[in-house]
Design a protein around this ligand. Structure first.
Ligand code: GDP
Ligand code: CA
Length: 341
């Protein structure tokens, strides 16, 4: 069985760790390909940092900081202290010593002319994540957020547009805690980006496609915006089944509500499903949103099967049970001709 998933960082990684655990404990043979958001990537201290790729790689490879959900386990910050002593910013994004080694290796290989896909494959030789990890694109795409230039603007006179400025997504998310309203969310470089090698093929040839509970705007949303990806999802014969990151009207962690608000989309499990309406065939929501199951349809785009179950990934078994439910629903939705395959 070929399973393809899209993913951001923590929500994607925890779901995928659960998926691999489920496949292992049930003795199901499957090849898993993961297409990871790279629009959070940022250059710091001259080093290319890919937070979502690294979170998935460290989580599945056994090197993640367990409580935090991102960064390395057993981490120290000696180099960060030295950067601070030089006044070398930014002071709002700290890289640990172990983590820095990853970015140094990546940056050197990119500098030698390797693509991000090739570099990711090299890094995965060490981490052996048990999945094929693909960046969504080898081209540089970066999410930037348009915010008000003046944090405390007086309303400008009629006819005068309030000044705005754009900051890198990480500055809005990490430094400003997404507390400053996002007027717009832009994916710089997206129009000319192409999917990384293997991405479209992994969507077209998959038996099932899973959307973990990753951020619908700045994780799944950016992967979907890579030219060709959305069309491949609409055209594939594989059923697409998603897991809601929104439980009871709020993100389980992080500030996805601030991203949805920027798009004028409500922070509800139903509204997130609406963002995927043109290809989504199955949707898992939390028991807190069980009322949505009354809208369950026949399992076609626009009318997905909706099922309610507990969706908190509190530990590995809970994550595995959620992944199992998503996979089971996808298998139910496969064309009947495939039933015995
Ligand atoms: P990021 O790139 O590190 O922000 O991670 P993702 O985009 O992959 O995932 C972030 C999303 O995961 C957030 O919107 C959370 O609501 C969601 N999330 C985190 N933990 C859980 C959980 O236990 N259950 C569900 N359903 N969603 C979760
Ligand atoms: Ca991310």
């Amino acid at each position: 069985m070929r399973i393809t998933a899209l993913a951001g960082g923590i929500g994607g990684a925890r779901f995928l760790r659960g998926l691999l655990h489920h496949l292992d404990r049930s003795g199901t043979a499957a090849e898993v390909t993961v297409i990871v958001n790279t629009a959070d990537d940022i250059t710091l201290h001259g080093l290319r940092v890919c937070p979502d790729l690294d979170t998935v790689m460290y989580t599945l490879g056994g090197g993640i900081h367990p409580g935090q959900g991102w960064g390395r386990d057993d981490e120290q910050f000696t180099v960060a202290e030295e950067f601070a002593a030089y006044g070398e910013g930014p002071d709002w994004f700290t890289l640990g010593d172990r983590d820095l080694a990853t970015h140094v290796v990546r940056t050197r290989l990119l500098g030698q002319g390797m693509t991000l896909s090739q570099v990711t494959a090299v890094l995965c030789e060490r981490w052996r994540p048990g999945v094929r990890l693909l960046p969504m694109s080898d081209d540089r795409v970066e999410t930037h957020v348009v915010i008000d230039a003046d944090p405390d603007p007086e309303s400008p006179p009629d006819g005068v547009v309030a000044p705005t400025r754009a900051v890198h997504f990480q500055e809005w998310w990490v430094r400003l805690h997404a507390a400053v309203p996002a007027r717009r969310i832009l994916a710089i470089g997206m129009e000319t980006a192409t999917p990384a090698p293997g991405v479209l093929e992994a969507l077209r040839s998959a038996d099932v496609i899973l959307l973990p509970p990753s951020n619908p705007v700045v994780s799944i949303g950016t992967v979907l915006a890579v030219p060709g990806v959305r069309d491949a999802l609409r055209g594939t014969r594989a059923p697409v089944v998603g897991v809601s990151p929104i439980v009871g009207g709020a993100p389980v962690r992080g500030m996805a509500d601030a991203c949805l608000t920027a798009l004028g989309v409500e922070t509800t499990a139903a509204a997130v499903a609406g963002l995927y309406a043109d290809f989504l065939r199955g949707w898992l929501v939390d028991d807190a949103d069980a009322a949505l199951a009354a809208t369950s349809g026949p399992g076609v785009p626009g009318q997905p099967v909706v099922r309610a179950r507990p969706l908190l990934m509190t530990d590995l078994d809970a994550s595995a049970d959620i992944a199992a439910a998503a996979l089971d629903l996808a298998l139910e939705l496969r064309p009947t001709a495939d039933a015995g395959r």
